[in-house]
Design a protein around this ligand. Sequence first.
Ligand code: SF4
Ligand code: SF4
Length: 400
Amino acid sequence: MFEQVQQDLRGVRQVFATSRRHWTTGRQLRSKWRAAQEAGERIVLDDFGPPIPSPGPDEPIADFSPKTGVKDRKSHLMTLDEYPSINYAFEVKNPPVSGNHINGLGETEHRRASPIFHTWQFGHPMGKLEFLFQGIRSETEWIALLKRQWLSRRFSGEKSDVQVPVDDPAAMTEQIKQLTRDAGAVMVGIAPLTEDMLKEEHPFDYPHVISFGVQMDREAALQAPSEHAGLTIQSEYRATDRISAAVAKHIREMGWDAEAAIHSLIQIPAAIEAGLGQLGKHGSMISKELGSMYRLGAIVTNLPLVLDSPEDIGVDDFCARCQVCTTNCPPHAIFDTKQMVRGRERWYVDFDTCIPYFVENHGCGICIGVCPWSEPGRGEAFSIKQLALRKKRAEAAKEN
Ligand code: SF4
Ligand code: SF4
């Protein structure tokens, strides 16, 4: 009881701090940005928010301009008559160090990812863009965000003093997966937690991660970018927060450590290791069940569980020949070929090009809406076809 009161007080403090930050920083910026949008002018972001670090002598600076020379397409699936313009109502006179450099684009050594956006600290290199992103939220969006803040008080807590022994990890795994599905998850898997799934400053305390996905509202997602799509995403994130908090609490009540891994974990690598899908060219995971129409959540724990493993469903082969997301991305941020990032060859989205469009429109997600795998009922068939084609090609190569 005492612990619950403490958790609630923590939640009130968080909500209060977030609101205060918003009211003191956001209102003035929002009105200036809206006026600039209407007048077809630009505000200079350098004039707002805390100072940000200047690039070092050997560090590349960010280029926020949209790319040119790529074919433009507008998918008939997306509901807006046309995509919002790539002429932004803001500019940055002194660009910071490139986000791609921070992300490790071109680096051949493996390392953990560094936090770069959604940090709420604003003193980081992308702080000016994040300051604008947080500042221009509508009141309705703001309330949705505060609801998530309030939920976050339940992400961790004390475990029971009495530990339930786990004699049959397979049965326990099934029980936990069923609990997660009953709470609203459509897909769930277990992966070993590895250090590189955690953001740089977070400790590595647990052996396992339970990764799950809830279904996105496709109709709302196809209206992106729009306030309705953004609000729907907030409510979907709230659903993943609720499931994570409930499953973590259940495990703690059995006397094992567990916490909802919302802010510490990089969700996509964990979900891929848990067998939920594969990385697509658009930088999101693609699953057989939902394509990219899901939101991920996770719980880290030391409860003994049986691990799943990554599954090859043929996404790589498909993406190598598809350009739907690259041509539909308005600022053309999606690389058409795999890039070396922190020691691994992988699909990659140019951070410096995507983020300004994302900020100006207060969210985007066109790339996941247009992906053919996101069309209901198509993923399973795509997977079967890609794997069969690959087998056929391998057999033909053997014969030659
Ligand atoms: S739209 Fe095409 S290329 Fe892009 S992620 Fe989906 S399948 Fe891959
Ligand atoms: S969210 Fe996707 S479509 Fe939108 S700008 Fe970024 S990469 Fe492009």
